[in-house]
Design a protein around this ligand. Structure first.
Ligand code: SF4
Length: 694
């Protein structure tokens, strides 16, 4: 930490890292941030923070920050610094040229969950109103899109059901495919406090994560399943609940669709879903699965928390719906202490989805083909809108390689590093004629770009983020934009250059428009956020101060919908050639592709990604702790340092993806969730061998 002296003033704002959304006071000396102090009145963090939000803000003024717009004709040309007018004019003329030559559908955009709601909203509006198509997608595609699909299908709303505080009322906490200690540290502390006070814990995770056994906390049951077998595991838990008479029948009768329930119960009672059958699939003893099911169903308030270990699979949406089935079957929904709660990765992944940056949905998750909704947007925006669903990110890549998709505007996301199967992504980027990157740094994607528009860090922004508990919090500008222009202004300037006017004087006016167009945000305004500190959507006439717990007394969709969740093994098979399963995740001090944290002192704590491997697998291959190993998959090969660890189960290896040179996504595959195309990052068949080369 660089202590620069006593602060002269402070500004309350919101952390730009994970989906906990902690509030901080940025203490300032002139326009320099002296320190970030966790804000005790912040409802998401109540004065707590982690090592990222508290210390890792130096990237905002790092020497690598790009502050001048740049253009180049070909990616082999050097960049040329230009004025904002020239950069935006060039981008607009390229989009016009490409649409004239290849058609309206040949261009699109990707929004960022790092950006504010307001910035995301104007990008999706740019695509729909100025590009005149629906080719807009969000980086949530590659993380929590199955959450949106699964929870909307079963409950009616694409969001978690509880506020964070709710965990304090939980009696049994089921954590699946999440490592809150590293991924969501401040919420993890809240959860651990409840566990130390006596709540019971079930952990479903291939690794023996910290929660399984840490000081004063020990999981009652740890189910270390093989990656890729989540649905078999959730079905086996449900089987015990159904066949042992543990269903909350009155809840199901009153609150759920009985036809769906009966079909599901019949399916789930089949012996093929029994724990004994699941043992052969998951590798977890049937007795442990039975113990977990009985504990969750009978232990009082049962609360489910899950992460990307649930969603980033070929059956990610199925598992989300399976967890929703468990909650409905046991009546664990619609009050404090229960629910189904995604632990969202990025600061504004909930918000980027809420804001309509999916190719099939306007803000508030309303389909573009719905005439009444589309006509309302057309009326408000004064432009005809397409009723056709646009392209998802993987479709954009496929179409680019096929020659039909030619220009992409990428807002604050390094798709060349973060998306799976790097070779495929690079081929797609290389096939496009105009890539516009808006970012803080010249990232890996910018190597393929023709226009670079410098972005702003959270310290330079006014706007809002929406965290994992649907809490909308203000982001307040503490220093001027280094680029001289707000990101939302850049987007509306581009729209104007394309012939579509968006007139806003301040992000608060964008939020006013969001509120007018989005029923769940109808009561949200900057004035209300300043008054209350934050609000959780839905916030409208029915709930003017927001909604901490959803689905009280009834589901948003009416009756809760049970869904038959058949287990379908992934196509990514282990074979004698690729006998190990690689799964990926994050660590506490770093964040996603590391664009920010690698440019802070946090980098010293995790200077490189390593491969965790069980001692048995290491010994079989003559690998010792610290050796370099080549990791080969069907997609490619990369080299990492080995860390021999009892946290792994035999047959499973693990790495993080915080450093571009580690190339974890060089080896991940194209398989994706059947419903949403969320990539199957968590299952890659690999083999490893010792090597001497980096
Ligand atoms: Fe930021 Fe998340 Fe850490 Fe809170 S827990 S300080 S939101 S990274």
């Amino acid at each position: 930490v660089i202590e620069k002296g006593q602060p002269e003033h402070s500004v309350v704002t919101t952390c730009a890292y994970c989906g906990v959304g902690c509030s901080f006071k940025a203490e300032m000396q002139g326009s320099d941030v002296v320190r970030m102090v966790p804000f005790k009145d912040g409802k998401a963090n109540e004065g707590h923070s982690c090592v990222k939000g508290r210390f890792a803000f130096g990237y905002a003024t790092h020497k690598d920050r790009m502050t001048r717009p740049m253009i180049r004709a070909k990616i082999s040309d050097p960049w040329r610094e230009v004025s904002w007018e020239e950069a935006i004019g060039h981008a607009a003329s390229e989009i016009k040229r490409i649409q004239a030559k290849y058609g309206t559908e040949s261009v699109g955009a990707i929004t960022s969950s790092r950006c504010t709601n307001e910035e995301v909203f104007v990008v999706q509006k740019l695509v729909r109103a100025a590009f005149k198509n629906n080719n807009v997608d969000t980086c949530a595609r590659v993380c929590h899109s199955p959450t949106g699909y699964g929870l909307k299908t079963t409950f009616g709303t694409s969001a978690g059901t509880q506020d964070f505080k709710s965990v304090e009322e939980a009696d049994v906490i089921l954590v699946m495919g999440a490592n809150p200690t590293d991924g969501h540290p401040v919420f993890a502390s809240r959860m651990k406090k409840r566990l130390r006070a006596g709540a019971k814990l079930i952990v479903i995770d291939p690794r023996r994560i910290d929660l399984v056994k840490s000081p004063h906390i020990e999981a009652q049951v740890h189910l270390p399943l093989k990656p890729g077998t989540n649905v078999a595991m959730v079905n086996a838990i449900a089987h015990v609940i159904v066949t042992e008479g543990l269903v909350d029948e009155s809840f199901v009768r009153e609150r759920c669709d009985m036809v769906d329930f009966l079909a599901w119960a019949q399916f789930i009672a089949d012996p093929s879903n029994a724990p004994e059958a699941a043992e052969a699939i998951t590798g977890v003893p049937a007795a442990d699965i039975r113990a977990a099911a009985r504990l969750y169903a009978t232990g009082g308030n049962g609360a489910i928390y899950y992460g990307l270990g649930v969603t980033e699979h070929s059956q990610g949406s199925t598992t989300v719906m399976g967890l929703a089935n468990l909650a409905m079957a046991t009546g664990n929904i619609g009050r404090e202490g229960v629910g189904v709660n995604p632990l969202r990765g990025q600061n504004n992944v909930q918000g980027s989805c809420d804001m309509g940056s999916f190719p099939h949905e306007f803000s508030g998750y309303r389909h573009v083909s719905d005439d009444a909704t589309r006509e309302m947007f057309e009326h408000m925006w004064g432009v005809a809108l397409s009723p056709e669903q646009g392209l998802r990110i993987p479709n954009m890549f496929d179409e680019a390689i096929g020659g039909g998709f030619k220009a992409l505007y990428v807002q604050g996301e390094d798709i060349a590093q973060s998306d799976p199967n790097t070779q495929h992504v690079q081929a797609a980027l290389g096939a496009m004629e105009c890539i516009i990157v808006q970012d803080l740094f010249l990232n890996e994607t910018a190597k393929f770009a023709h226009v670079f528009l410098p972005g702003s860090s959270f310290l330079e922004k006014d706007g809002t983020f929406t965290n994992a508990e649907r809490r909308i919090s203000r982001v307040r500008k503490v220093m001027p934009e280094l680029s001289g222009k707000s990101e939302w202004q850049v987007t509306i300037d581009l729209a104007k250059a394309l012939g579509y006017d968006m007139a806003y004087a301040h992000p608060s006016e964008i939020m006013d428009e969001i509120a007018r167009l989005t029923p769940t945000f109808a009561g949200v305004s900057y004035a209300k956020l300043d008054e209350l500190g934050s609000v959780q959507w839905p916030c409208n006439d029915k709930a003017p101060e927001g909604t901490p717990t959803m689905h009280i007394g009834g589901f948003v969709r009416g009756k809760g919908q049970f869904v038959v969740t058949e287990y379908v093994p992934t196509d990514e098979k282990v074979t004698p050639r690729f006998p190990l399963i690689l799964t990926t995740g994050r660590i506490l001090s770093q964040y996603n592709v590391g664009a920010q944290t690698r440019r802070t002192e946090n980098s010293a704590w995790h200077p490189e990604d390593v491969l965790e491997i069980h001692p048995h697998d290491a010994e079989q291959r003559g690998v010792r702790d610290g050796d370099l190993v080549a990791i080969q998959s069907r997609a490619g090969e990369t080299v990492l340092k080995a860390r021999v660890s009892e946290r792994m189960q035999p047959g499973v290896v693990y790495t993080t993806f915080h450093h571009p040179f580690s190339g974890a996504n060089v080896i991940t595959t194209d398989y994706s969730d059947w419903a949403t195309n969320c990539p199957e990052y968590k299952v890659t068949a690999v083999e490893i061998r010792r090597t001497n080369r980096h």
